[in-house]
Design a protein. Structure first.
Length: 69
């Protein structure tokens, strides 16, 4: 448990200096999903909108984390 607390402290310190990093990664994932949707023949990978959902969730969580820090 002590190792997990140190990990959370390090992540918190890292993200507090880079508040826009997590939402930026979310935006990149949404853009990547848009690009993958334009390529035919990828099957479920592009049809499931995996990167769209991950990007939106990561973006919202990133704004919440940045606001809290």
């Amino acid at each position: 448990m002590r190792g997990f607390n140190k990990f959370l402290d390090r992540v918190s310190d890292y993200l507090s200096k880079r508040k826009g990093l997590v939402p930026l990664v979310g935006i990149i994932l949404v853009a990547l999903n848009f690009i993958l949707r334009q390529i035919p023949g990828l099957g479920w990978f592009s049809e499931s909108d995996l990167f769209l959902h991950l990007g939106v969730i990561l973006g919202i969580l990133g704004f919440m984390i940045a606001w809290a820090l």
